[in-house]
Design a protein around this ligand. Structure first.
Ligand SMILES: Cc1cc2nc3c(=O)[nH]c(=O)nc-3n(C[C@H](O)[C@H](O)[C@H](O)COP(=O)(O)OP(=O)(O)OC[C@H]3O[C@@H](n4cnc5c(N)ncnc54)[C@H](O)[C@@H]3O)c2cc1C
Length: 460
């Protein structure tokens, strides 16, 4: 059989890897991982560390299968032709990557190789190129996406189809500034199995329940995003397992499981957006007749980053992000809205900060969601503004989530925490002298955002 390189990128697994399975179906595969500048420049230190640990777990799996992961550092357009020559490979296969810099890099790699090349859709259930190029809202995207055919998981290669190679080049390691979850397919699969045993049956009821998220973090929601972002588990495997449960249950259970499957379609829509709009991370998706008059205020930005805005739910969210590299979806929306609306700071600043802090940073979901929240994206509402006070009153009125991240407020009655931004300065001083006053008035921030966005939309 002829030899073929398989180039791993955001697909750090041997199971349910479409390109790898296809390569192994016809050729003997030499698995390759290139630690290149793109990988390190685009993401933060935490996700780099998580990613590299995942590459280490991947290598261990290849070694169990009697092969090895060939690791090289450098530019893929130099490294891959050299490896193709070294292993006398007739071709190189990889899975599609949607970030613009990666797509450009992939083109350069293709040009640099004088062998056959193959690219597969792996990171999503439905190839974005199969659907219409744009949709006015999520429900219309969902309608098309739902009926599009979806494949089952791709098989892990048979050991006989993997090259009998060894490599002693070590995988770089990075010391993160936080404790990371265990990396790799086994950890991903263990976490998902635990969620399928319990959490998925109440997912619709608990996904916005912040006290539950503080008390049972991996059951109220799945916390699968770091694994999906790094491709440590395949999306077809996740979809198949959730669908098997969906098909087997009825009533309330079915409603809950259905919601989990539905949420995955948001991830797919963000990939669809990035595929058709490569500059999604840097340019407003929606065109408006006038510029948005963003403010430039380094002090406000620093307070937001540090979780010191005087808005308890915003601060709890930012502290969760800083401490864990993860942020629950509800406060993720609230902190992003607070930055882009109440503080009127450019969403790109917030998205860049998320990119550096998150371990689940995903080029499609991060920027697609930031744009949606900033009203520059696909949201059909003209100006959506999350009120941080009513969001707390609705989702964390007992302050369980807030108190678990903001120790200065632990002795303050929950009702006072909810109302914190509207209390008198004297009352705040008495209740929690260490906790900041709000950096912007609740109504002032709301009204300013409304005015500035209406001007940008040409409605004033
Ligand atoms: C401003 C902002 C930035 C975001 N940045 C990212 C990001 O970089 N990476 C990322 O994976 N998600 C991002 N999200 C979406 C969402 O917050 C996370 O996917 C979710 O919180 C991850 O936790 P979970 O795995 O426990 O989610 P669960 O509630 O268990 O959801 C299951 C899966 O569905 C998908 N999903 C759910 N909601 C969304 C959504 N709104 N958009 C896309 N996919 C979704 C994710 O793959 C998630 O793992 C962002 C949301 C906002 C508002």
């Amino acid at each position: 059989m002829s030899m073929r390189l398989f180039w791993h990128r955001r697909d750090l697994r041997t199971r349910d890897n479409v390109g790898l399975a296809a390569a192994a179906a016809n050729d003997t595969v030499v698995p390759v991982f290139v630690a290149d500048g793109d990988l390190f420049d685009a993401i933060g230190n935490r996700q780099q560390a998580f990613f590299l640990r995942g590459a280490q777990r991947l290598r261990e799996r290849y070694r169990e299968l009697g092969s090895d992961l060939i690791v090289r550092t450098g530019d893929p357009e130099t490294v891959l032709p050299a490896l193709a020559a070294e292993f006398d490979a007739d071709g190189v296969t990889w899975n599609e990557h949607y970030r613009a810099a990666r797509r450009n890099r992939t083109r350069r790699v293709r040009d640099s190789l004088d062998t056959d090349t193959d690219e597969y859709t792996d990171h999503v259930l439905v190839d974005p190129g199969r659907l219409d190029p744009s949709y006015p809202n999520h429900s219309q995207f969902h309608d098309d996406w739902q009926v599009a055919p979806k494949h089952g998981p791709a098989p892990e290669p048979d050991p006989a189809d993997l090259a009998d190679v060894t490599d002693d080049e070590s995988i770089p390691t990075i010391q993160p500034d936080i404790e990371l979850p265990a990396a790799g397919y086994d950890a991903a699969s263990e976490r998902f199995d635990a969620f399928l045993q319990e959490g998925i049956y109440s997912y619709n009821d608990t996904r916005d329940d912040l006290p539950a998220a503080a008390e049972r973090p991996t059951q109220a929601v799945s916390r699968m995003s770091p694994y999906l972002a790094a491709g440590m588990i395949g999306i077809r495997e996740v979809w198949r397992d959730a669908t098997e449960i969906y098909d087997a249950v009825t009533g309330t259970d079915r409603r809950n499981v259905s919601k989990y499957r539905y949420e995955l379609s948001w991830r797919e829509q963000n990939y669809h957006l990035l595929y058709h709009n490569p500059d999604l991370p840097v340019e407003n998706y929606k065109s408006m007749p006038n510029e948005i008059a963003w403010r430039d205020d380094p002090d406000d930005f620093a307070a937001w980053q540090a979780g010191a805005t005087g808005y308890p739910l915003v601060d709890a969210g930012m502290r969760q992000l800083n401490e864990e590299g993860y942020l629950h979806n509800r406060p993720r929306q609230v902190v992003a809205s607070f930055l882009s609306k109440h503080l009127l700071l450019d969403w790109r600043k917030g998205a860049r900060y998320f990119t550096k802090q998150l371990i689940d940073h995903d080029p499609a979901s991060n920027h697609g969601n930031w744009q949606w929240i900033a009203s520059t994206g696909t949201d059909s509402v003209d100006v959506r503004i999350f009120d941080p006070v009513s969001q707390m009153s609705k989702y964390d009125d007992g302050a369980t989530f807030v108190k678990s991240y903001v120790p200065e407020l632990r002795d303050v009655p929950a009702g006072k925490i909810v109302d914190w931004p509207t209390l008198s300065s004297n009352e705040r001083d008495e209740l929690a002298p260490e906790y900041p006053d709000p950096i912007v008035g609740r109504n002032e921030g709301y009204e300013r955002a409304q005015r500035v966005f209406e001007q940008a939309l040409g409605k004033r």
